[in-house]
Design a protein around this ligand. Structure first.
Ligand code: NZQ
Ligand code: ZN
Length: 378
């Protein structure tokens, strides 16, 4: 093991924590509050934020869409530049938080900030930001990644920078009260796949990473098993904490990682508008089947340590599918609004984004992607 681990985000966890944001934002800073389509106005979050900021000068920018686009975000960037914003406060799910990461980096950049997404520039400076999370799923609230789309070209790309880590993240599970079953299920599946991307690879020497990943997976299995309790505060706080821990960098540091399910899933969302987690649920089980030989030791370890299944990797993959299906998330690509160009659309997009040797060993080729998608159309 040889790694450096950095995560500067302070987590403020629990009911009533929104008011604590004043401890992290200087009163002299001009704040831009950024949110999505309006859910925060239905669950009391907007009022709590307004109250906390009553002694501040602040502006707001609403309307960040799921899978945030540069077309919308650039309007917020313009506002941040013109009004000389000092601090950006993201209030929402992964899309709003990712959008704010783009905004804080772009506000101090003179050229077209898509450069960060197509890899032609890296972030050199950024405004400070904080996050108030309302949808546990992505882990974006305390990681350094952002996924941003461009309507004009139908692309969905990502960037990473330590400069866009939120200074703080408020995780108040009571904000989940207005979430639909669909969004709760999406969050559970996304967190499950994040853990798997950093775990179902090949054996490594780290007892800590494997042990913690297995704890997170077991937690998610138990939440899926107790799906009927999803409106119970203890259920919700567990999902919020597990989803955060699944992608705050810890379990992936110093171990092999896959992420091919995400790369394929992002293209499916870009072309067909499939919810992020639902794109993963159709890809991941088939990817595990196609890559079964390379992943056999970890699949078998997961079988033993997470599910109590011995020496039957197909049963492990079936169990994963059953978990998703049991909470209403389809594993069949044909349940989505696709067309007969799906395989060529996805493989061509991956090719143009340089994603031709994916996975922990670089062995997930475009041919493997074709097989995965073919099998996913059940
Ligand atoms: O826009 P509003 O009105 O807030 O409604 C949102 C949105 O319609 C709604 N919602 C959020 N909190 C709510 C709520 N509705 C009622 N009550 C609440 N408390 O949920 C809908 C979906 O929100 P979104 O933010 O899009 O969902 P999610 O958190 O799943 O984020 C998905 C985005 O994150 C990216 C995905 O690709 C996708 O663009 N990801 C970001 C990652 C990262 N930064 O590390 C990693 C992930 O793998 C992922 O790729
Ligand atoms: Zn994800």
């Amino acid at each position: 093991m040889n790694f450096s681990y950095y995560n500067p985000t302070t987590i403020q966890f629990g009911e009533g924590q929104i008011k604590s944001i004043v401890n992290f934002i200087d009163k002299k800073q001009k704040v831009l509050v950024v949110y999505g389509g309006g859910s925060i106005k239905k669950n009391g979050v907007y009022e709590q934020v307004s109250k906390a900021l009553e002694d501040y000068t602040w502006l707001e920018f609403g309307g960040i869409e799921p899978n945030p686009t540069v077309e919308t975000l650039n309007k917020a960037v313009k506002l941040a530049k013109e009004d000389k914003i000092d601090f950006v406060l993201a209030v929402g799910g992964g899309s709003v938080i990712d959008g704010c990461k783009y905004i804080v980096a772009s506000a101090l950049y003179q050229n077209d900030a898509w450069d960060f997404l197509d890899g032609s520039a890296s972030v050199q400076k950024a405004l400070p930001m904080g996050a108030i999370l309302t949808l546990p799923a992505t882990g974006s609230e305390s990681n350094n990644g952002a996924v941003v789309s461009k309507k004009a070209t139908g692309e969905k790309r990502f960037f990473h920078s330590n400069l866009v880590f939120p200074k703080f993240a408020v995780l108040d599970p009571t904000t989940m009260s207005t979430l639909s079953d669909r969004q709760i299920a999406n969050g559970l599946v996304d967190a499950f796949v994040h853990t798997c991307e950093q775990y179902i690879t090949y054996p490594n020497s780290s007892l800590v990473h494997d042990g913690y990943a297995e704890t997170l997976l077991k937690g998610l299995v138990s939440l899926a098993d107790s799906w009927d309790n999803r409106n119970n505060p203890i259920w919700q706080e567990n999902l919020m904490w597990i989803a955060n821990q699944a992608l705050n960098g810890l379990i992936g540091t110093g171990v092999p990682q896959d992420w091919a399910t995400h790369m394929i899933g992002h293209e499916l969302t870009a072309f067909y508008g499939i919810d992020h987690a639902r794109s993963l649920a159709v890809v991941q089980p088939q990817l595990l089947r196609i890559m079964q030989d390379e992943k056999q030791e970890k699949l078998s370890q997961m079988g033993t340590n997470v599910f109590g299944i011995k020496d039957d990797n197909e049963a492990v993959i079936k169990k994963i599918e059953n978990i998703y299906e049991s909470i209403g998330v389809s594993t069949n690509l044909n349940d989505h609004n696709i067309d007969d160009q799906v395989i060529s659309n996805i493989t061509n997009a991956l090719k143009s984004h340089g994603m031709v040797k994916m996975g922990e060993k670089g062995s997930i080729t475009l041919e493997a992607v074709s097989q995965i998608l073919t099998q996913a159309m059940k």
